[in-house]
Design a protein around this ligand. Structure first.
Ligand SMILES: Nc1ncnc2c1ncn2[C@@H]1O[C@H](COP(=O)(O)OP(=O)(O)OP(=O)(O)O)[C@@H](O)[C@H]1O
Length: 255
């Protein structure tokens, strides 16, 4: 279970980007973070695996506070957190299989990783994962020759190669067409259930969150304004989530 408690983050003195952010994400569930542009969705995801340093709060993954971890603990914890990105972050000239094997890098010595020393078991596992995401026939194809949807599925297989407890997905479908979006979201939802993973996903598309998420966290201007199941998202709650900051009215009838 992931528990984020009272998380604060300011990038600069003018503005607090996260204000006492608290929510939970459970194994076996897709948890979607929704909210308008600039609300703080990416900042939450980056804080959760400590890619950025936040200011205060707790981030408990199975009761271990990621914020308090020393360097070697953080390396160990991060190894069990897969990441999936909007732009896939694959190595284009390498094959799908090689990219998936890179998911093991965190578990290897730098030397073995640099030399690309993977065991037969690891290669078999990578091939099986590609099969699971429907890409068995593309294992030896360069990733820069794959479609966006195929690349994102390689990204999912790479994350699974880490044997993760949790997968963080930052706008994973923002660049995909509706068919690829459905494929990727179906896979993520199935994985959450079958492998009892925590899947935490930032989404711009409300309809996708409503279709696929078991649990929704709504954020507006750095503050959590909703947490609950999709069925609890009333029009009022949606208004609170997507409310735009008030701007000073321009008075037309100044005379
Ligand atoms: N590196 C940074 N330096 C300063 N301010 C930042 C930085 N990154 C984000 N911010 C600010 O923090 C706030 C939250 O940004 P964040 O990117 O987390 O929002 P978001 O909800 O992910 O937005 P989007 O949906 O557009 O990706 C915004 O006001 C943004 O301008």
């Amino acid at each position: 279970m992931l528990k984020v408690i009272d998380l604060d983050k300011s990038y600069n003195r003018q503005k607090q980007s996260l204000k006492a952010v608290s929510f939970t994400a459970k194994p076996g569930e897709v948890t979607a973070i929704i909210g308008p542009s600039g609300a703080g969705k990416t900042t939450i995801l980056r804080s959760v695996n400590q890619l950025i340093k936040d200011d205060a709060g707790q981030i408990l993954l199975d009761d271990e506070d990621i914020r308090q971890a020393n360097k070697s603990d953080l390396r160990r914890i991060r190894h069990h957190i897969g990441m999936i990105f909007q732009n896939y972050n694959l190595i284009g000239p390498l094959t799908a299989l090689e990219n998936v094997l890179h998911g093991r890098l965190g578990a290897k010595s730098t030397f073995a990783g640099m030399l690309g020393l993977y065991s037969a078991t690891e290669k078999n596992e990578a091939a099986k994962l590609l099969q699971d995401v429907g890409l068995a026939d593309f294992a030896l194809q360069r990733c820069d020759q794959l479609s966006g949807g195929q690349q994102q599925r390689v990204g999912i297989a790479r994350a699974l190669m880490q044997h993760p407890k949790m997968i963080l997905c930052d706008e994973p479908i923002a660049s995909l067409d509706p068919k690829s979006t459905k494929l990727v979201m179906d896979i993520l939802r199935e994985l959450a259930q079958s492998k009892q993973l925590i899947i935490l996903i930032n989404l711009h598309q409300l309809d996708i969150a409503q279709t696929y998420a078991d649990h929704i966290v709504g954020i507006n201007q750095g503050t959590i304004v909703f947490e609950g199941p999709e069925r609890a998202l009333t029009p009022e709650k949606l208004q609170a989530i997507y409310r735009q900051p008030e701007t000073k009215a321009v008075t037309a009838d100044a005379n």
